[in-house]
Ligand binder design. Sequence first.
Ligand SMILES: NC(=O)c1ccc(N[C@@H]2CC[C@@H](O)C2)nc1
Length: 248
Amino acid sequence: MRIDVITLFPEFMAQSASLGVVGRAAERGLLDLHGWNPRDYAEGNYRRVDDRPFGGGPGMVMLIEPLRACLAAAKAADPTPAPVIYLSPQGKPLTQAKVRELAALPRMILLCGRYEGVDERFLAAEVTEEISIGDYVLSGGELGAAVIVDAVTRLQEGALNDAESAAQDSFEGPQGLLDCPHYSQPAQHEWGDVPDVLRSGNHAAIARWRRQQSLLRTWLRRPDLLDESQLSKADRKLLAEAREGVEP
Ligand SMILES: NC(=O)c1ccc(N[C@@H]2CC[C@@H](O)C2)nc1
């Protein structure tokens, strides 16, 4: 997958995509990441990318023309069509379903704003969709872009080996349940022992326990994610059994 990021801080994107699973995927050619800096496309000896807002008020607004030239350069670099996605608190909240949709694309262009934001006329003319990574304000869209790069890259075929299978992650299953608890060495510890079932070698029992824990945890922590009408008969039975004696 090719991802082009328009940002005043391309070095930030390069660094965040050089680590761990994403870094390895990039090395494997599963991610082709390019940074584009609007300042490189700003005219004049000050190379302005921002200016004061009409109507007054604090802060600065990113100008149309440097962004327009920068986006044109990114598009000219590769003929593959791509949605232009603007990161902002006014965007549609990012979900794993949206991540899966984006991960299936051959390419996307991520636009990261700074200051008070981008001239509305650029957004109206060039942006396909706005995405928010949560209901809070950041100083730039780069962290949102890094979140999207990470989330879509780990879903690329070959990015994760079996042990890291994405399917075990929260929100990954068909019902989008939270992940179950995980344990490793030591089996006994002053903070508690590993549940016996996990050491039983009984893979059916282990899978059942993990599913039950995911159902219970989702019910306790994120009931908004649990649509019981969508649960199988087996899952409803597991959840009922787990609920006994548990106060939400
Ligand atoms: N919640 C989010 O996804 C988010 C995205 C961007 C952002 N800040 C940038 C700076 C100026 C404007 O481009 C928007 N804050 C929050």
